[in-house]
Design a protein around this ligand. Structure first.
Ligand code: 13P
Length: 255
């Protein structure tokens, strides 16, 4: 973390969990637990049908509710998809794009990630852009090349001004939901590589202002060590974001 240069962001990715009633109960429980902890943004990204209930419960608190995906077209024949304008219309301010589960199971590519990111930014949404290597790539020693390529392709055509609304989530795919966490050193090294690519694309001064999160089995035990690294500016949290005590402990680690 480097709070002097950039905002720390602790975000939960609920994935396909929580009905509206469950989300209401969760937010009501965690609201007082994170109240006043203002040294980081506190965000939960929720399934589409759960967003409205979560937002209602979060009213007046320091918790923001986001979405987990968005389509790139403004409207039209895209069965099952949701547009940026639709998200804006219900008050959503932030959206996850390019999560590895979308890339793995739903055919998401760097090209569609780029299109979705552009559409979201043009609509005025803040984007949490996910990228990261798979296990074979780490074992082959090509992690740096993989994340550099993803960073360039996913942000192609996005201006420095638009980049102010982008948070990058470095999520090594082998660490997601596996209980395997990147070591703080691995997380730092790869986040620094991403920042270096941003410096090439936008200049060092701009790169220094971009929040880069780590995601992948971040929990109440390992968060402090990961967040202590200079280029790790927050967390994108799956499993531990479903348990109020665990998520709150991560928010505490960011204070
Ligand atoms: P876990 O924290 O469950 O490993 O999930 C991380 C993740 O995918 C967040 O987007």
């Amino acid at each position: 973390m480097n709070p002097a240069k950039r905002r720390t962001v602790i975000a939960g990715n609920w994935k396909m969990n929580f009905t509206p009633a469950e989300a209401t109960e969760f937010i009501n429980t965690i609201k007082p637990m994170v109240a006043g902890k203002d040294n980081c943004d506190v965000i939960f990204c929720a399934p589409y049908v759960t967003i409205a209930a979560a937002m209602e419960a979060a009213k007046g608190s320091n918790i923001k509710i986001g979405a987990e995906n968005v389509h790139f077209a403004p409207k039209g024949a895209y069965t099952g998809e949701v547009s940026a304008e639709m998200l804006k219309a219900i008050g959503v301010e932030v959206v996850i794009i390019g999560h590895s589960e979308r890339r793995q199971y739903f055919g998401e590519t760097d090209e569609t990630v780029n299109l979705r990111t552009k559409a979201a930014l043009e609509a005025g949404l803040r984007v949490i852009l996910c990228l990261g290597e798979v296990k074979e790539q780490r074992l082959s020693g090509i992690t740096n090349e993989v994340v550099a390529m993803q960073t360039k392709l996913d942000l192609a055509g996005i201006s420095a001004e638009q980049l102010k609304n982008v948070v990058i989530a470095y999520e090594p795919v082998w660490a997601i939901g596996t209980g395997l966490t990147a070591t703080p050193e691995q997380a730092q090294e790869t986040c620094a590589v991403i920042r270096g690519v941003l410096a090439d694309m936008y200049g060092a001064d701009v790169a220094e202002t971009v929040t880069i999160q780590y995601g992948g089995s971040m929990n109440e035990k390992n968060a402090a060590e990961l967040l202590a690294k200079p280029d790790v500016d927050g967390g994108l949290i799956g499993g531990a974001s479903l348990v109020p005590e665990k998520f709150t402990a991560i928010v505490d680690a960011a204070q």
